[in-house]
Design a protein. Structure first.
Length: 133
């Protein structure tokens, strides 16, 4: 099974972020979102540039309503990059919104709209933020 393949990869190299992300995917497929979240977080502790692990961590965070680690990894990713990926900014803005950090969420949305004024998700999120203020 794929799970055994990823476990074997970790036996050979305990710092294999792709194997941890693979285990996260296996747990997601099984329906254990908390375990998947933990594996994606472990992958990101090893390699903060693993975008597949990042987006899956965010997906899990929404499902388990635990945004802390996703917020930390997204914030760190944004801080390291001169021009962050729009999807990273949007994910971070959404998580900030769900953490009731409306001012910080608005800042991220505005960054998105500066470069992509027609970004539908960012426009929708800005509307939600404005209703909270």
């Amino acid at each position: 099974s794929a799970r055994k393949h990823f476990e074997r990869a970790l036996e050979l190299n305990s710092m294999n972020d792709k194997a941890y992300a693979g285990l996260g995917m296996a747990e997601l497929n099984k329906g254990d979102v908390q375990k998947a979240h933990d594996f994606f977080a472990k992958a990101l502790q090893i390699n903060t540039d693993n975008l597949a692990a990042m987006f899956n961590l965010v997906k899990c965070a929404y499902q388990i309503r635990n945004f802390k680690l996703a917020a930390q990894f997204l914030s760190s990713c944004i801080a390291r990059t001169r021009e962050p990926n729009i999807n990273i900014l949007y994910s971070y803005a959404g998580i900030l919104y769900h953490q009731s950090e409306y001012g910080a969420a608005r800042m991220q949305v505005e960054r998105i709209l500066e470069t992509q004024p027609e970004h539908g998700g960012a426009k929708d999120l800005l509307g939600l933020i404005e209703k909270k203020n």
